[in-house]
Design a protein around this ligand. Structure first.
Ligand code: ADP
Ligand code: MG
Length: 244
């Protein structure tokens, strides 16, 4: 049965009077993989950041698991534990080992027992092929490895939704695949994900729905086959032309 996990209704936001998000309506079902596409500056990052409270919205409502987040009294720290986010730049602490980086959230923020969290971290590291790196420092790892660690760090908080903002954009081409494979694996496992990317092949393979944004609006939503084969808007057609 379908269950809405994140629901945005008429969400708008501006920066200094400049509208950046305009009346965004979007319902995300548990287990769904949404890929957000759109030209640079159209509001993709801002939209993701609104979904876990890193940005405030000016109007509209965002509901997470039925609870309105824009209501006063929202516990944003708790929401950010339930909605994990991975960025283009992985922000691992350079003076901490891989394991120390990963355990920061589960042990410090979630107050979980260290041994239990460590067990989970090791399992997750194994899943992304990096179990042998647990005692390494970030500078000893490639960009692709660091980004996989950043994903593990977010997963170790047991989030219900994962947001990915151009996580492969800063990586050398040969490392892009290893990170996308981790995300495909998560999709297969049923993780709910909202992914901003320019990796069209990945979007085709992983997305249940494509959300195409333009100038702060959702210009088009569709399943990947229809979107890539027959985009409905001229703007999407023009956007897609750069990839072939
Ligand atoms: P995208 O991720 O699609 O490239 P962004 O969400 O980063 O787009 O930005 C959308 C628009 O909002 C851009 O015009 C950008 O310059 C502006 N913007 C983003 N963050 C801020 C900010 N903190 N202050 C002012 N303007 C911002
Ligand atoms: Mg962005």
């Amino acid at each position: 049965m379908e269950e809405t996990i994140l629901e945005l209704r008429q969400v708008s936001k501006s920066f200094g009077g400049q509208p950046v998000l305009r009346e965004i309506d979007l319902c995300i079902q548990r287990g769904e993989v949404i890929v957000i596409l759109g030209p640079s500056g159209c509001g993709k990052s801002t939209l993701l950041r609104c979904m876990n409270g890193l940005e405030e919205t000016q109007s509209g409502t965002i509901r997470f698991g039925g609870e309105a987040l824009t209501a006063r009294g929202t516990d944003w720290r708790q929401i950010r534990q339930r909605v994990g986010m991975v960025f283009q730049h992985y922000h691992l602490f350079p003076h901490m080992t891989v394991m120390e980086n990963i355990l920061l959230g589960p042990v410090k923020a979630q107050k979980r027992a260290k041994a239990e969290a460590e067990g989970q971290a090791l399992r997750l590291l194994g899943r992304v092929g990096l179990a042998d790196k647990k005692d390494a420092y970030p500078r000893q790892l490639s960009g692709g490895q660091q980004q996989r660690i950043a994903i593990v760090r977010a997963l170790c908080m047991n989030p219900e939704v994962m947001l990915f903002d151009e996580v492969t954009a800063a990586l050398d081409p040969e490392m892009v695949k290893e990170v996308l494979e981790v995300m495909l694996d998560l999709a297969d496992q049923g993780m709910t994900m909202v992914i901003v990317t320019h990796e069209i092949g990945f979007a085709k393979a992983a997305a249940d729905r494509i959300v195409f944004m333009d100038e702060g609006r959702i210009a088009e939503v569709g399943d990947p086959l229809s979107f890539f084969e027959e985009p409905k808007t001229e703007r999407a057609r023009r956007f897609l032309r750069q990839f072939w």
